[in-house]
Design a protein around this ligand. Structure first.
Ligand code: SF4
Ligand code: SF4
Length: 214
């Protein structure tokens, strides 16, 4: 997707009232059971022949990281890792497209402890949206143990707004990354880093470019 079509999508989203898809959220019904299913690695998602990622490789915004840092006193690197499943090489450097939540040796989000999210009040935006995402045409619903639970109109309205804010933020973040990487960025060039990769990675998150040794 190019920056112009992302900007058009942002415009469409801004014009769209969240009430237009509120019912799509309320109909299936949802309330979080805090089961942690979405925080654990359950399966591998194959995106292209070159890219696959664990189901809980969760992309987060720098703003999410800053909020968790402020609320927990943790350091950036304790919270987030470069997205090693979404990288490209220009022959000189390896570039990573943004950050994901750190995972422990069992493949769980590092904040999932004793069967619950330990940062629930300040969890990333993407976790607040789950199990709903706003697609081009409709609301998409992911697997979730909390689906089918009765949902009030107010709760559905609140989620509809969160979904819209998340989608706009995601599009703006993509535009920032396009500006950072320019012509180097192409979906066809994206690869997961080989297992056991060791070296330096440059992370583009739409705000800054940082360097990290892996
Ligand atoms: S969002 Fe769904 S899958 Fe995730 S913890 Fe809540 S109930 Fe479980
Ligand atoms: S931040 Fe919380 S809700 Fe999000 S994946 Fe981690 S444990 Fe789950």
């Amino acid at each position: 997707m190019d920056a112009a079509s992302l900007r058009r999508r942002i415009e469409r989203l801004i014009q769209m009232h969240s009430e237009a898809y509120r019912q799509d959220i309320q109909n299936p019904g949802f309330s979080c059971m805090r089961c942690g299913w979405c925080c654990r690695e359950n399966f591998i998602i194959r995106i292209t022949s070159e890219i696959s990622r664990p189901s809980n490789a969760i992309s987060i915004f720098p703003e999410d990281i800053r909020l968790i840092m402020k609320s927990t006193g943790m350091k950036w690197d304790e919270i987030a890792a470069p997205d090693i499943y979404s990288c490209l090489s220009d022959g000189e450097k390896i570039w990573s497209i943004g950050w994901i939540l750190r995972r422990n040796d069992k493949g769980e989000c590092v904040f999932y402890r004793k069967n619950e999210c330990t940062i629930y009040e300040y969890r990333p935006m993407i976790c607040r949206c789950y199990p709903f995402f706003l697609g081009e045409q409709r609301v998409e619903v992911m697997h979730c143990e909390g689906l089918g639970n009765k949902m009030t109109k107010e709760h559905a309205k609140e989620m509809a707004l969160v979904l819209k804010r998340y989608e706009i933020k995601k599009m703006r973040s993509y535009i920032g990354i396009i500006n950072q990487l320019g012509e180097k960025l192409s979906f066809a060039n994206l690869r997961a880093l080989p297992r056991g990769f060791s070296g330096e990675v440059f992370i583009c998150d739409g705000e800054t470019i940082s360097r990290q040794g892996l």
